[in-house]
Design a protein around this ligand. Structure first.
Ligand code: 7RM
Length: 632
């Protein structure tokens, strides 16, 4: 495996070098990959105009770096270990050589079906190797993949397909997650009723249940690959050509199609993977994320393959068939690196420790955390009971938009502190901003987290809406990228992310916009208006609290709540269901009609004595009514 930062002094030296000449720093890094032709320009553009490029003119295909380049050296090494939802189902391992063949075959299928460079392909699949093969095959033919989490509803799927005009949908007949069954093909059929751009649907068999079929549109994966050649010459891409779109929630109702490009994304995710996790040749790396989120894209799919690592693809859930599943899998494959979300840790902490103690976790060397702030209690439990006090924990802060990890310890290199993402990677320059938009200097300070210089892995635009990209990230602080997160820098210069400062919730590590949930809720015929806020939740991190104004007072609150869940399920998916609802006669609004969410958040958190100034409200008398009301 390639060069890794070995110790803290080396880390400091690299930070110094990147400060002295950041272009030289990234150019050196980019030079370690396979390019068909070197770039013309290392970097151009900036945050102000949102016209950032990296390695433009450089020609490559990311799958040649992830697959072809490894064939001679590690062709027989395991690329993926597939662990199915049920522990007794068929499991398999796939070598780099086999994966290369499978991707080539499917790339030929895509081209036979008329998919060309620049076309968008939507992937809505179970967490199986075929999902990875589908995405890699898209990348190989230059198509832009948009993976949609297989927990989203038909409505959400349709919205994402329509937004990018996808030509093709790749899905499964269905999937099983825990003891639940999700009929992916049925959901796809419903979504496609409103998606005229999709001409072709490829269905990969997983559950073998009865499904409906549209002749001339639908085809079986296994039939198509049967006669496809295993030879395929990857399509040449420019470093700045799009690689994928991934939809993520923002503070408006409509999800944003975050766009990542081929060259910079490859260089950045691979660099961060190698140095943060410090994976060695014979290690077994397991990231439990779903491929529908950025963590799955960057740290299950692309970066581990580009680095020649062995990774696990896990189809199941942490608690199926019981709360020992993660640890059973760690023991079975002698997992060395384990990367999960705080919400999973908090959920597992509530079960008997015997679920952990039953298994031999001595293979573990490094633990990772991602998706939300990790509280000290969860950090300590993870450290003591999973890591046995021997494994460094890398608390990795980053976002869909950043492409890869930005602030994080390097395993075994950076001294850690519970709850702290610690220090930025070399080449990354975080700054904290005060309310006047000025940089806050020194340590022991808090502010809004911005990044002061472009990096190769950053998103280049929002699909079809560059204005929104500029508005969301580049306009709050001129010349900076604004993350939307609040942050503290302690006396030692260590960073601790405190959470979102905008209208974005983080529920079990899933990003959801309050407006998005409100739009869904408002579809209920009896709901006139709604306001959604987050509140502290022991396991999910944040729970969803919905204040509802109804046309008629609901007779049975429980039944009403179930109805609200139903509309949210239909519009977004079960992850967005409110945990608590409260029917209110009105909402606290300013004179300009903006809902004062601060007040609603305080009420939801039961911090009734900290409501602050309510005098600017149009009608302050609504506040005591809301405080006295009851949630269900
Ligand atoms: C990778 C991912 C991004 C938001 C981000 C933060 C929060 C992520 C951490 C974290 C504290 C962390 N992408 N977040 N990681 N907060 N510590 N280590 O999660 O686009 O889905 O979410 O998640 O608020 O802005 S994401």
């Amino acid at each position: 495996m390639w060069l890794q930062i070995q110790n803290f002094q080396e880390y400091l030296d690299d930070v110094q070098q990147s400060r002295a000449d950041v272009l030289k720093f990234w150019e050196h890094e980019a030079g370690t990959y396979y390019w068909r032709k070197p770039w013309d320009k290392v970097h151009s553009g900036g945050f102000e105009k949102g016209d950032v490029t990296w390695f433009e003119g450089g020609k490559l295909n990311i799958t040649e770096n992830a697959l072809d380049r490894h064939l001679n050296s590690i062709g027989n090494k395991t690329a993926f270990i597939f662990e199915p939802n049920h522990p007794d189902s068929f499991r398999r391992t796939i070598t780099y050589r086999q994966l290369h063949e499978d991707v080539c075959r499917f790339a030929n299928v895509l081209q036979d079906k008329g998919i060309e460079k620049g076309d968008r392909v939507c992937i809505y699949m179970a967490m199986t190797p075929e999902l990875m093969i589908a995405a890699l095959a898209c990348a190989r033919v230059g198509a832009v993949h948009s993976i949609v989490f297989a927990g989203f509803s038909a409505q959400s799927l349709a919205e994402r397909i329509q937004d990018c005009d996808a030509k093709m949908l790749i899905t499964n007949d269905g999937l099983r997650r825990g003891d639940k069954h999700v009929p992916l093909k049925d959901i796809s059929d419903e979504a496609l009723e409103n998606c005229p751009s999709v001409h072709s649907v490829i269905v990969c068999q997983r559950t073998n249940r009865e499904i409906s079929w549209v002749e001339g549109r639908d085809e079986w994966w296994h039939m198509l690959i049967r006669n496809a050649s295993k030879e395929h010459k990857a399509v040449e891409m420019d470093a700045e050509d799009p690689l994928f779109i991934l939809y993520t929630s923002g503070s408006t109702g409509k999800p944003k199609g975050v766009l990542h490009t081929c060259g910079g994304y490859m260089v950045y995710t691979s660099y961060t993977f190698r140095n943060v996790f410090q994976v060695r040749e014979d290690d077994v790396y397991w990231c439990t994320a779903d491929a529908g989120w950025i963590t799955g894209h960057s740290y299950i799919l692309y970066a581990p393959l580009v680095n020649g690592a062995t990774g696990i693809i896990f189809e199941g859930t942490p608690t199926y068939p019981d709360a020992g599943r993660f640890w059973e899998v760690v023991e079975k494959y002698r997992v060395t690196h384990f990367y999960t979300a705080p919400t999973a840790i908090r959920a597992l902490m509530t079960f008997d420790l015997d679920f952990v103690k039953k298994y031999d976790l001595s293979s573990l060397k490094v633990l990772g955390s991602v998706g939300e702030p990790i509280n000290e209690e969860a950090w300590n439990w993870y450290n003591t009971h999973i890591g046995g006090g021997r494994c460094p924990i890398v608390d990795t802060w980053w976002q869909t938009e950043t492409g890869g990890i930005m602030i994080s310890p390097l395993a075994g290199v950076t001294p850690t502190k519970p709850g702290f993402a610690t220090l930025p990677l070399p080449g990354i320059f975080p700054v904290l901003m005060d309310e006047n938009g000025d940089e806050i200097q020194g340590n022991g300070v808090s502010g809004n987290l911005c990044i002061s210089h472009p990096w190769p892995g950053m998103a280049r635009t929002v699909w079809g809406d560059h204005e929104r990209y500029l508005q969301t990230y580049m306009s709050a602080y001129k010349g900076y990228y604004f993350t939307g997160d609040g942050c503290r820098r302690d006396q030692d210069g260590y960073y601790r992310i405190t959470g979102r400062v905008d209208d974005v919730l983080n529920v079990s590590g899933h990003r959801l916009g309050t407006a998005e949930i409100e739009n869904a809720i408002n579809e209920h015929p009896n709901i006139v208006e709604s306001a959604v806020v987050g509140y502290p939740h022991d396991i999910k991190g944040q729970g969803i609290y919905a204040y509802l104004i109804c046309e008629h007072a609901p007779a049975d609150l429980k039944a009403f709540k179930a109805e609200v869940h139903q509309v949210v399920n239909k519009m977004i998916g079960p992850i967005a269901k409110p945990d608590l609802i409260q029917v209110v006669p009105g909402l606290p609004k300013t004179r300009s009609g903006k809902i004062m969410r601060r007040i609603l958040r305080k009420v939801a958190a039961k911090e009734h004595d900290q409501l602050g100034d309510v005098s600017t409200l149009l009608d302050p008398s609504i506040v005591p009514v809301i405080v006295e009301g009851e949630a269900c």
